[in-house]
Design a protein. Structure first.
Length: 214
């Protein structure tokens, strides 16, 4: 039996453990109804051609609601590419560009997600794979959700932007117009508006791993 002199320190130690916050992994899914992944490329050095990817999935895991060092995986269905012009879409899906018959998806896997020091702003680094070529890229991320939002515990919103060189992934097709201007710029601007929904315990148990065939 513990004596009083031994019991008091033990009781204090047990009370202190109540204040220790345990790390809990939280999973999130994209709400496709309120999310968009788009791109734009300068055409003939005059105007921007804009496009969308209509089908995508993601796996996001955080420490509770803290997105610092979040683990992120993204899969984009290349057959869902749309620019508003059927002939152009078919060309982009052909072997001269994405070669969708052989490479079905674009994938992204994060390796760091860090705060910048400016409130609500992050730098996301990770590996983007297209046409079998993988490069590490940097994306600028800004939280679009007020911290006191009524749904802040179950939802999160982010605006994500990046600038890529398409040649880094073998997307080098181009041609000159009659006046010497190139058809499409090498620079591609990526813009994403993402709404995430927290997955609760039952949803996480039912979650099935995505099949990726890049």
């Amino acid at each position: 039996m513990l004596k009083k002199a031994q019991f008091v320190p033990l009781l204090r130690k047990l009370n202190n453990t109540k204040n220790i916050k345990m790390s809990v992994n939280t999973k999130w899914s994209i709400n496709p109804a309120n999310s968009k992944i788009s791109f734009k490329v300068m055409h003939l050095m005059i105007s921007n051609v804009k496009g969308l990817f209509k089908k995508f999935e993601a796996s996001i895991e955080t420490n509770e609601n803290d997105f610092t060092n979040a683990k992120i995986g993204l899969w984009i269905d290349l057959s869902s590419l749309e620019t508003g012009d059927t002939r152009r879409d078919e060309h982009l899906k052909s072997a001269e560009f994405f070669d969708v018959s052989k490479h079905k998806k674009i994938t992204f896997v994060s390796d760091s997600f860090e705060k910048t020091g400016k409130e609500g702003c992050y730098i996301l680094w990770g590996y983007l794979t297209m046409k079998g070529i993988t490069n590490r890229i940097k994306l600028d991320v800004k939280s679009t959700e007020p911290t006191n939002h009524i749904y802040s515990d179950d939802k999160a919103g982010f605006a994500i932007n990046a600038k890529l060189s398409r040649k880094d992934w073998g997307l080098s097709w181009n041609m000159a117009s009659a006046n010497g201007s190139i058809m499409g710029s090498d620079e591609v601007f990526i813009s994403c508006e993402i709404e995430l929904l927290k997955m609760h315990e039952q949803e996480q148990m039912m979650e099935q791993p995505a099949l990726v065939n890049v």
